[in-house]
Design a protein around this ligand. Structure first.
Ligand code: NAD
Length: 485
């Protein structure tokens, strides 16, 4: 019997599901059981061409509609997503293995927020009038054209919407390629947008591995590439886009610092560290995986952290009581277990977890290492799993320097009850998305993105509009033209 997660077809192009079994089969594995629940096929060159040509053609009429008309469609799509939240969350859980307890509140709902927010902004996107005495200049905010979105596997619905909603609001069309590990949810986003009234061809989804992503990025019809992925992939995609002088947004990885001063509320700080390391089983780019704890409260912090981490409920992700799911894939589980072994070998002190859970699926116990030093592999490399490194520090000056000593710069957090210190420290941290007495909040109203190797551009908020549109300026002379001859 076909599993309910099996999609109607692999791709969604020109307003309809399209199948082409000539592409490489991509098995969809449910991470909680290891069972294959669906199959899709990677896009063949014909499918890639069909998606791009249809999106290129459809964009012209879409950009001519008023922003209010485009926005109405996006807002209708947001309503449909919210109505179907339960069904979409169940699918997201099959796609990623993340517990339903999370997907019910963090995935389709976050996608709907983006559709609603950018739908609301669409009618307000205007240029300006610049008086020049008798003459004047006016500017026009124009769409870029055809945008490509490429997603990671941790938030398939959210990423498809965070890229699609601002792109469409600005009058662009999109071809979106989800991660080959989680190909299911983006198809639903396409289906819902079209049900809400998006013209055929405005938002298309095609499947495939890096090769299909590469074909999209290098195609001369494409005007912009927005990638969510790792730093090594980001470097390749950025370089390929540069050859065609295309616009880019790069949302990449991190190894973010979370700094806890000894005057912090311990339970709030422990809560922040848990949210910043164990949500989605640690598969979150902005996680604060280097937890710097001031020496005075170190042992108290570790004891409370171990106690609360012991309350995690590992189990069937479709059961709403489960609060901690498996790694997305066997491969990712093995990568993370490799890092845990490195942590042990290099002399970090294991506080809790530290191994694969004794159950079906790709579960790893939430793991905390203490006495981690700056040079250890687990403190330098992005693990993308439930492995928290706790490091000690003495002074504010010291911890700022150590926090910034990384190639990454996605996020940073500070817990303290001294408000001038909180702002002073955050002001010196090299990171794009920061938190004070909190961690990992990502509302659509706030800009999201990194500095240094963690990326370029911003998603969400009004900032995203700048990355999906361009400004034309027009000088208007009211009098005669003076010329030298
Ligand atoms: P990945 O870099 O392996 O893959 C990302 C996407 O790029 C996939 O869809 C993949 O098929 C595609 N791809 C791979 N090679 C390509 C190429 N040469 N050309 C075009 N496309 C190519 O990342 P992943 O393992 O899917 O996700 C985990 C990574 O994503 C982590 O590093 C994480 O930090 C990062 N991430 C960042 C954010 C953010 O917003 N900053 C959010 C989620 C995940």
């Amino acid at each position: 019997m076909t599993h309910p997660a099996q999609p109607t077809a692999s791709h969604f192009i020109n307003g309809e599901y399209v199948e082409d079994t000539n592409g490489t089969p991509i098995p969809v594995i449910y991470a909680a059981t290891g069972e294959q629940i669906a199959t899709v096929y990677a896009a063949t060159p014909e499918i890639v061409d069909r998606a791009l040509s249809t999106a290129k053609e459809a964009q012209k009429a879409w950009a001519k509609m008023t922003g209010t008309e485009r926005g109405r469609i996006l807002r209708r799509a947001a309503d449909i997503m919210r109505e179907r939240n339960h069904e979409l969350s169940v699918l997201e859980t099959y796609d990623t293995g993340k517990p339903l307890q999370e997907t019910l509140i963090a995935d389709a709902t976050s996608g709907a927020d983006a559709l609603e927010y950018f739908g609301g902004l669409a009618g307000s996107l205007t240029g300006e009038h610049i008086p020049m005495g008798e003459d004047w200049v006016y500017t026009v905010r124009e769409a870029l054209g055809l945008c490509v979105g490429i997603g990671a596997w941790n938030y398939p619905t959210q990423i498809a919407c965070w890229k699609g909603a601002p792109a469409l609001a600005c009058g662009n069309s999109m071809v979106f390629k989800p991660s080959e590990t989680t190909p299911l949810c983006a198809l639903k986003v396409a289906e819902i947008l079209h049900e809400a009234g998006a013209p055929a061809g405005i938002y298309n989804v095609i499947q495939g591995m890096g090769e299909v992503g590469g074909a999209l990025v290098t195609d001369p019809r494409v005007d912009k590439v927005s990638l969510t992925g790792s730093v090594p992939t980001g470097k390749k995609v950025y370089a390929a886009a540069a050859k065609g002088m295309k616009h880019v947004t790069m949302e990449l990885g991190g190894k973010s610092p979370l700094i806890i001063f000894d005057d912090a509320d311990i339970d709030n700080a422990v809560g922040g560290a848990i949210n910043g390391n164990f949500y989605s089983s640690g598969q979150v780019c902005s996680n604060g995986t280097r937890v710097f704890v001031q020496k005075g409260i170190k042992e108290k912090f570790l004891a409370r952290l171990a106690e609360r981490t012991g309350n995690a409920i590992l189990g069937d992700p479709q059961d709403e009581a489960t609060s901690f799911g498996p790694m997305v894939s066997e491969n990712q589980m093995n990568i993370v277990l490799g890092y845990i072994e490195k942590g042990k070998e290099e002399g970090a002190r294991l506080i809790c977890g530290g191994k694969r859970a004794d159950m079906d699926g790709y579960f790893i116990e939430p793991t905390v290492f203490a006495d981690v030093t700056d040079d250890m592999t687990i403190a330098r490399e992005e693990i993308f799993g439930p492995v928290m490194s706790v490091l000690d520090f003495d002074t504010e000056e010291e911890v700022i320097a150590r926090a910034n000593d990384t190639e990454f710069g996605l996020s940073a957090g500070v817990f303290t009850n001294d408000f001038s210190r909180a702002h002073r420290v955050i002001g010196q941290l090299e990171a794009g998305s920061c938190f004070i007495n909190s961690y990992n909040d990502a509302p659509v109203e706030a800009p999201f993105g990194g500095v240094k190797a963690s990326g370029v551009g911003r998603e969400n908020s009004k900032e995203a509009i700048k990355h999906f549109s361009q400004v034309k300026s027009v000088y208007v002379r009211m009098g005669d033209v003076e010329a030298a001859f």
